[in-house]
Ligand binder design. Structure first.
Ligand code: NAD
Length: 310
C-alpha cells in the first residue's frame, strides 16, 4: 500500500514508517519538523517538509495514497495549558484540514493516534473501548477527543474508513521530546547521568507501558479494515511507576536518589488497558516484556551524546 504518515519525523511516526517500509509498503512522511527530527525519518520514505494546516499542499501530495496514518500533533500536556490556542489550531484545525484534503483527493482511510487520556478518570480497570469518555483536565485531552469526533464524523458523513488507536503509555528507543514529560525517558536519562530522578506521586501511579515496536505493529494490522473501529493499544498489565524504576535500577546495576516532585495536577492514578478487542479482531497483542523493552531503551540512551537535557 502507499501510506502517508503525518508526524512521521516524531517518536512514534518514525517507528511506524520504518515498519511499514520493512513490510514493503511505500511511505510518504509529512512533518513540519516543529518537534520531530529529520534524521529520524527512514531514508526509504519520501519526505515532504509540510504543515498539515496547509490544505492546498496536502491536496497536492495526497492523490495516489491508499491510507493516512495521522500522528502529527502537539503533545505536551503542560504546554497545552499555557498555549491552548496553538493546540486547538494545530491539532483540531490541522486534523479537519487533513480530513477535508483527503476527501477532496479521494483518500478515505485514516488511522488516527489517540490516547488513553480520552477516558479521563477511568470508572473501572482494565478500561474497555466502550467505557464512557471522561471529563478532560487540559486542552491537549480536549483536542484528542475532538480529533476523534471529527474522524468519526467523516466516517458517518463521507464513509471514511476510520481506525482510532488509543495508546496507553508508549516508550522505547528514539523518544526525544523537548520538553520531555514522559516518565521512562526522563528516568533513564537521570539514572545514566547519576542525577536525582524526578518523581511525581512518589511513584505510586499505575501505568500500562507499551513498547514502541508493539505499538507500531498495531498500526499496520488494521490497514485493510473498512468502517469505523476503535482499539485500545496496551499490554493489559498495570505497573506501579516505582516498580518500573526498580527494573531500570536492576538493569543498570546501581540506584540514584529520587527527587520528590509532589503531585502533578491532571494525572490520573491508574490506567490499564483491556486489549481484548484488538486481540480478538486483529490478532494483535503486546509481545515485548517491560524488562526487555527497558533494556533496549537504556541501550538507546547510552548511545547518545551527553549531557542530556532533563
Ligand atoms: N508519546 C506518547 O506517549 C503518546 C501517547 C498517546 C498518544 N500519542 C499521540 O501519538 C502521536 C505521536 O506522538 P509522538 O510521541 O510521536 O510525538 P512527537 O512530538 O514525537 O511527534 C509528532 C510529530 O508531529 C509533527 N507535527 C506537529 N504538528 C504538525 C503540523 N501542524 N504539521 C506537520 N507536522 C506536525 C512534529 O514535528 C513531530 O515530528 C501524537 O498524535 C500524540 O498525541 C502519543
Amino acid at each position: 500500500m502507499k501510506v502517508l504518515v503525518t508526524g512521521g519525523a516524531g517518536f512514534i511516526g518514525s517507528h511506524v514508517s520504518k515498519l511499514l517500509l520493512d513490510l514493503g509498503h511505500q511511505v510518504t512522511v509529512i512533518d513540519n519538523l516543529s518537534h520531530g527530527n529529520k534524521t529520524s525519518i527512514d531514508k526509504r520514505a519520501v519526505f515532504v517538509d509540510a504543515d498539515i494546516l496547509h490544505q492546498e499542499k496536502l491536496e497536492e501530495i495526497l492523490p495516489g495514497h491508499d491510507a493516512v496514518i495521522h500522528m502529527a500533533s502537539l503533545i505536551e500536556v503542560g504546554e497545552s495549558v499555557k498555549t491552548p490556542v496553538e493546540f486547538v489550531e494545530n491539532n483540531i484545525l490541522g486534523t479537519v484540514k487533513l480530513l477535508q484534503a483527503m476527501k477532496n483527493s479521494g483518500v478515505k482511510k485514516i488511522i488516527f493516534s489517540s490516547s488513553a487520556c480520552v477516558y479521563g478518570v477511568p470508572k473501572k480497570l482494565p478500561i474497555t473501548e466502550d467505557d464512557p469518555l471522561g471529563e478532560q483536565e487540559n486542552p491537549y485531552g480536549i483536542t484528542k477527543t475532538t480529533m476523534e469526533e471529527f474522524c468519526k464524523l467523516y466516517n458517518k458523513l463521507f464513509r471514511f474508513n476510520v481506525v482510532i488507536l488509543r495508546y496507553f503509555n508508549p516508550y522505547g528507543p528514539g523518544e526525544l521530546h523537548n520538553p520531555e514529560t514522559h516518565a521512562i525517558p526522563n528516568f533513564i536519562k537521570a539514572i545514566l547521568e547519576k542525577k536525582p530522578l524526578p518523581l511525581f506521586w512518589k511513584g505510586e501511579q499505575i501505568r500500562d507501558f507499551i513498547y514502541i515496536d508493539d505499538l507500531a505493529t498495531a498500526h499496520v494490522l488494521p490497514l485493510n479494515l473498512t468502517g469505523l473501529h476503535i482499539y485500545n493499544v496496551g499490554t493489559e498489565t498495570g505497573v506501579k511507576v516505582r516498580d518500573a524504576i526498580k527494573i531500570i535500577f536492576d538493569l543498570v546495576g546501581y540506584e540514584v536518589e529520587t527527587e520528590d516532585k509532589g503531585e502533578r495536577k491532571g494525572d490520573v492514578a491508574s490506567l490499564v488497558a483491556s486489549a481484548q478487542k484488538i486481540k480478538k479482531e486483529l490478532g494483535w497483542e503486546a509481545k515485548v516484556s517491560l524488562k526487555k523493552g527497558l533494556q533496549k531503551t537504556i541501550e538507546f540512551f547510552k548511545s547518545l551524546p551527553r549531557p542530556f537535557s532533563i
